[in-house]
Design a protein around this ligand. Sequence first.
Ligand code: GLN
Length: 364
Amino acid sequence: MKKRLLILEDGTVFSGTAFGSDKASQGEVVFTTGMVGYQETLSDPSFYGQIVTLTYPLIGNYGINRDDFESITPAIRGFVVRELEEYPSNFRSDTTLNDYLTSQDIPGIEGIDTRKLTRIIRSKGAVRAILTAADEEVNVDEIVAQLQATPLITHHVKEVSPKAAYPSPGRGQRVVVMDFGMKHGILRELNKRDCDVLVVPYNTSAEQILAWHPDGVMLSNGPGDPADVTEGVETIKKLIGQVPIFGICLGHQLFALASGATSFKLPFGHRGANHPVKDLRTGRTELTSQNHGYAIDVESLANTDLEITHIALNDGTVEGVRHKTHPIFTVQYHPEASPGPEDSNHLFDEFIDMMEAEKEKKHA
Ligand SMILES: NC(=O)CC[C@H](N)C(=O)O
């Protein structure tokens, strides 16, 4: 068993056992609290550039299967677990988590105190870290200095958005998806409703999108700071009022920025599968799947045409907005779940209804 270290930029060193790829890797460490769903988590492109630690202590027990991927190539930089299960037991399992991460050249570390790590992230916020082999020559001070000197990655979306448009045909509503690093779950939900989908890169112009005569535009999730994605914001500004829009996570943030709001980095993010969100219109609370490090400033919404529709019950931050006059709504959480509860799946039906209603209005 090879030893591996996880060294944080504050100098904390965790010593554990290596799994997955042998390479060294660095990124921002974040924690997620989902008790299951590690396959969806590691393949969610919104984690691009991040080392993900799971607070649930036993990971890998149902293996990796054919069906639960949220992207073709995982974008995470590393996986941190308390205890890795080497012998999965599940009828869907094709391979082990260890073999899968090795095949994808992603390093992992197991056997460290993930509770301690999570408490550090909770108190210090964004923490950069490096995963490296535990050989004698490791000089922690040098590594910490190197970590602190490494410029932060910007514009993560460029790395995970597709290079060209592609269709996922259907006979229903025509939806153009602006793909900022889309989880497959979004496409799955649109396909389930027979949408005629065209997935386009993040920098597709509004003119091009409208030239496809969509019934609606979907703004996907994606990694990084929404303020970096200026091309997306400019495009969305031009789409507002032209076409019904539904946005998820980064898509929600970009729509809010395009409407004049501002975003900020949360102290330690919302990542997990049981985040309670209150719908202010119905008073109902739904349990939601979440994965975000940024959020929209409540105060900044005062000078926009947006109305807050959802709030997070854990910390009161904005979880959803809608346009006061145009058919547009967006949420910070994940109605496509994958992983997590499907309480909010009805939002995809509301999107379909909204597109149908707009068409009827036009033809009336
Ligand atoms: N899942 C997402 O779309 C995340 C949005 C954004 N990258 C954030 O961290 O807040």
